[in-house]
Write a protein that binds this ligand. Structure first.
Ligand code: GLA
Length: 376
């Protein structure tokens, strides 16, 4: 799977930052290079005393993204509303502790495999693999300790965070070298680039699990959403795709005209009781394309998502249930945020009719997703 994304509008890169996740003992040598505007602060320490740093990217408009080494996590994203007032549009925690405890992937980089693999099983080159089960009978977001739980170290003269995932980690074959690069441009785009390579054939599906709320608080049911998708992949009760690719026409999944998220959500009664589906993006060719546009009428904030991926998991925060206290003591209720996870389709490894997620040795996996912020 070699994909060469075309870069979006080449805005001035204020800061490029390299995050490195690593398996114990395989940390690459290097140091962070901080360009003008980059700021590094200590976010906390994990149990073994390892210091976790937080990096701040700021552009000319004042838009600010904070990214931390643990999980290559997007911890904060302050963007202007229609009056120019900055608000934090992603869920998460003020301190490291929250991220070390149980939480639903707030802002994390997801790997090796975004979303689910049915029963954690797949066959590759005649061999059966079993990945870690962490979601009922299935494997979710890379297993029990996915990339979102790995410590990343700043490294190298470049501005990427890289991770060496050992052969067999969470049941996946091959040693995988993965990198994620966050870039904030003066056009208010947060670009996330991923690359990976492996020494054996292996499935790879990386994504970002940022939870967006363009109002900065409250529910996202009033947000309006456009999705550039004529089709979606229905899922069974355990959220595994049935393998069908069906038209959205005439269903609550039709977002081809911007529609408020709450308008039809009550029609989705089963598990998960809301949107948690993979949408098949129109005209996929591996180049950067507009996938989604989200707007919050009250604040005037808008976010476009552009991606090189064939799918997007639109998840309407259905499992948030008020048990998590996040930033500034905020209690995250059902639908307090939504995720737009650019990805290959869930469980692709078990559906030959889905675009392949198998990365062959010698090939380079590439993924680029851009979240662009606007006001109206
Ligand atoms: C993804 C999945 C959801 C849920 C969240 C995390 O979006 O599709 O079902 O597991 O992650 O809570």
């Amino acid at each position: 799977m070699i994909r060469k994304p075309v870069l979006g509008s080449a805005g001035f890169v204020v800061v490029l930052l390299s995050l490195v996740a690593f398996a114990p003992g395989t940390l690459s040598q290097g140091q962070v290079r901080e360009k003008a505007g980059a700021e590094k602060t200590i976010f906390g320490k994990i149990e073994d005393g390892t210091v976790i740093n937080l990096f701040t990217l700021k552009n000319a408009k004042g838009t600010t993204a904070t990214i931390m080494e643990y999980g290559a996590t997007l911890q904060g994203l302050w963007v202007p509303d229609k009056t120019g007032k900055l608000g934090d549009v992603v869920l998460g925690f003020d301190g490291l502790e929250g991220y070390l405890g149980p939480h639903p992937y707030f802002g994390g980089t997801i790997g090796r495999f975004a979303n689910r693999i049915a029963k954690g099983k797949f066959t590759l080159d005649g061999k059966e693999f079993s990945t870690a089960l962490n979601d009922g009978p299935n494997s979710l977001h890379g297993g029990k300790e996915g990339f979102n739980r790995k410590v990343k170290r700043p490294h190298a003269a470049s501005v990427r965070l890289t991770y060496f995932s050992p052969d067999g980690e969470e049941g996946f074959p091959g040693t995988l070298r993965a990198a994620v690069t966050y870039t904030l441009t003066d056009e208010n785009e947060l670009k996330i680039d991923y690359t990976a390579s492996s020494d054996k054939a292996t499935p790879v599906n990386l994504t970002s699990h940022a939870y967006f709320n363009l109002a900065g608080s409250g529910s996202v049911l009033d947000h309006s959403l456009y999705l550039n998708a004529d089709k979606y992949t229905p899922a069974d009760a355990t959220l595994i795709p049935t393998g069908e690719i069906v038209p959205v026409e005439g269903t609550p999944f039709d977002f081809r005209q911007a529609t408020s998220i709450g308008a039809r959500i009550s029609q989705l009664t089963g598990n998960p009781g809301g949107y948690d589906h993979n949408f098949v993006l129109n005209g996929w060719n591996g180049k950067l394309k507009l996938a989604a546009r989200l707007s919050d009428p009250a604040s005037g904030r808008q976010m476009e998502m552009w991606t090189t991926e064939p799918g997007v998991q639109f998840y309407s925060g259905n499992f948030l249930d008020g048990t998590i206290k996040g930033k500034q003591g905020a209690v995250y209720q059902k639908h307090a945020a939504l995720c737009l996870e650019a990805q290959h389709f869930p469980d692709s490894v078990n559906h030959p009719n889905f675009p392949t997620t198998i990365l062959q040795p010698g090939a380079i996996y590439k993924q680029e997703t851009v979240y662009k912020f606007l006001v109206n």
